[in-house]
Ligand binder design. Structure first.
Ligand SMILES: [Zn+2]
Ligand SMILES: [Zn+2]
Length: 152
């Protein structure tokens, strides 16, 4: 499944009887159009440029609601702030441990994943989250190697 666009998501919500205020639409549009995985704070700063009166609470409420409606996803990382993802297609993530950047990567085919016998554990499994961790090219370029710093 391809990721749905802002227009498609809006039409989908409308057909389900969900109406979004212009502010909420703006948040949805931003998430559908960006390939970054912004935090709530970054979303707030973005939306502020158009709706200067918007509050952080509105941003949080909207994110919660959009997540409930299934049009965006929340990626939480322990004590770091959550990232929000407008990409509703099945995909995996590449996370930089240096700068925290999150990129989308295609999911490996299900057949290549060694699945444990989930049914035997009594769970009704609805979804899974797959993430690869590493250091992005830009962090690698800026990395100071310990040996080099000792020499200088
Ligand atoms: Zn990085
Ligand atoms: Zn993503």
């Amino acid at each position: 499944m391809q990721r749905s666009t802002f227009t498609e998501s809006l039409a989908d919500l409308k057909s389900r009887g969900v109406r979004l205020t212009p502010q909420r639409q703006m948040i949805l549009r931003y998430l559908k159009e960006t390939h970054e995985h912004p935090t709530a704070e970054q979303i707030y700063h973005q939306v502020c440029q158009e709706f200067s009166g918007i509050s952080m609470a509105t941003v949080y409420n909207t994110l919660h609601r959009l997540k409930e409606l299934g049009v965006i996803r929340e990626l939480s990382y322990g004590d770091m702030s959550s990232r929000y993802d407008g990409n509703d297609s099945e995909h995996a993530h590449l996370v930089c441990e240096g700068c925290g950047k999150v990129s989308d990567v295609p999911c490996p085919p299900k057949s290549s994943l060694e699945m444990p016998e989930l049914a035997a554990l009594g769970y009704a499994v609805g979804s899974y989250r797959l993430e690869f961790y590493g250091i992005c090219p830009s962090c690698q370029a800026h990395e100071v190697h310990p040996q080099e710093s000792e020499l200088n």
